[in-house]
Design a protein around this ligand. Structure first.
Ligand code: GDP
Ligand code: ZN
Length: 396
């Protein structure tokens, strides 16, 4: 069984073709977002896997085992795609998704003015988080004339100047007509390589989903334990490992959460069982814990590690931060008592500023976080009805 080696995020403005392209590449529909778009600051991430093949006869990449020429193509690798919805209120989800991706497809539609609002905002995220492995995809070229497509291409090039995506390849495609999909796969293969992983690093898995997989009415003796989904970002997780999940469960209001300690009963990726899970791909961890603790994504944002190896859990954090210069909205300095949405790894919470001094904000959180000082913290503020990215920082 081959595990996906890498997670690639699919970013871009709403309606620029993320869902359609994901389906084209993976054969799987990730677009179950609409029912889930209920305002809030967190939302499930869609994901799907793609297998990359190479035909040695016609030297072409594809996502099909059998090449169009009839030859059996050579399997290259598996990639896991993470699709975050483009809806503006859900920027915090895009930021959470970016904590588990190693590269990105950045979609820009050929039939709209470049840039659209989330085009700008998503690039801001890639830029700030430092994701350099980017392939820019100019989508829907079938909807415009050749001249318009070239003009739009130049606009895109101009827009990317001075950003992490400045030298990224730009691949014009039409998902509807299957145009240039092979070229896109080739660009992914040459541009988005598997990052160097430290095999000896301490285990760290970020949780992005959690479920109760039992149907209502299941007899107690047949109940399955809680299932946790996410990505290992360093180290290796094995079946049989004893793990700790932090922050864990809050049993009483205003009480500190206690970590969950449990054993890994099973590991799977999509429908396949694994004995161990390395970084890359979204995996599901089967446990024996009470499924009530994992249902409805209740553990999203928590971290899995080996017992005693994860940082402490805190409900007040200090962030050394910098504001983002935004052209599209006003972004004045932070104010005392201001409410912020805080993203740290896959965790999203709301907090209030209780102290500001010399570029350091002290924030009292509604939901405690694992004090992970190696991660970048995103700060969003409410502008009208929307959370807008305001700054970035590091926990101190
Ligand atoms: P998302 O919001 O970024 O996930 O965008 P969708 O994938 O839902 O696409 C938005 C709309 O554009 C849908 O109606 C798609 O059928 C259409 N669309 C996507 N890709 C193409 C394309 O390459 N050509 C054309 N003509 N339409 C496309
Ligand atoms: Zn071929």
């Amino acid at each position: 069984m081959v595990q996906a080696e890498i997670n690639i995020g699919i970013l871009g403005h709403v309606d620029h073709g993320k869902t359609t392209l994901t389906e084209k590449l993976t054969g799987k529909w990730t677009g179950t977002h609409s029912e889930e778009i209920k305002r809030g600051i967190s939302i499930r991430l869609g994901y799907a896997e793609m297998s990359v093949y190479f035909c040695n006869k016609c030297k072409r990449y594809s996502v099909k085992e059998k090449c169009d020429c009839g030859e059996k193509a050579e399997f290259k690798r598996k990639i896991s795609f993470i699709d975050a919805p483009g809806h503006e209120t859900l920027m915090t989800t895009v930021i959470a998704a970016s904590s588990i991706i190693d590269g990105a497809l950045f979609l820009i539609s050929a039939n709209e003015e470049c840039p659209q609002p989330q085009t700008t905002e998503h690039l801001m995220v890639l830029n700030s988080i430092g994701i350099k492995n980017i392939v820019v995809v100019q989508t829907k070229v079938d909807l415009v004339s050749k001249e318009k497509a070239i003009e739009n291409y130049k606009k895109i090039k101009e827009f990317l100047k001075g950003t992490v995506a400045e030298n990224a390849p730009i691949i014009p495609i039409s998902a509807t007509y299957d145009t240039n999909i092979n070229k896109l796969v080739e660009a992914i293969e040459t541009t988005i390589q598997v990052p160097k992983r430290d095999a000896h690093a301490k285990l760290k898995m970020f949780i992005s989903r959690s479920f109760d997989v039992n149907k209502p009415g299941t007899e107690i003796k047949n109940l399955k334990g809680g299932v946790i989904g996410g990505s290992v970002v360093q180290g290796v997780l094995h079946v049989g490992d004893e793990i700790e999940i932090k922050p864990g469960i809050t049993r009483k209001e205003n009480e500190n959460p206690s970590p969950i300690v449990c054993k890994v009963e099973s590991l799977r990726e999509e429908s396949e069982q694994l004995d161990e899970a390395k970084p890359g791909g979204l995996i599901a961890v089967g446990t024996a814990i009470d499924p009530a603790l994992t249902k409805s994504d209740s553990l999203v944002g928590a971290i899995i590690g080996y017992k005693g190896e994860l940082p402490e859990v805190v409900s007040t954090i200090k962030i050394k931060y910098e504001m983002i210069k935004r052209k599209d909205i006003e972004n004045p300095p932070l104010k005392d008592s201001e409410i912020l949405a805080i993203n740290l790894n896959t965790a999203t919470t709301v907090g209030v500023i209780v102290g500001l001094a010399k570029g350091i904000a002290t924030v009292k959180l509604k939901k405690p976080l694992v004090n992970d000082k190696s991660a970048r913290v995103a700060l969003s503020r409410k502008v009208g009805q929307r959370w807008r990215l305001a700054g970035w920082g590091q926990l101190v």
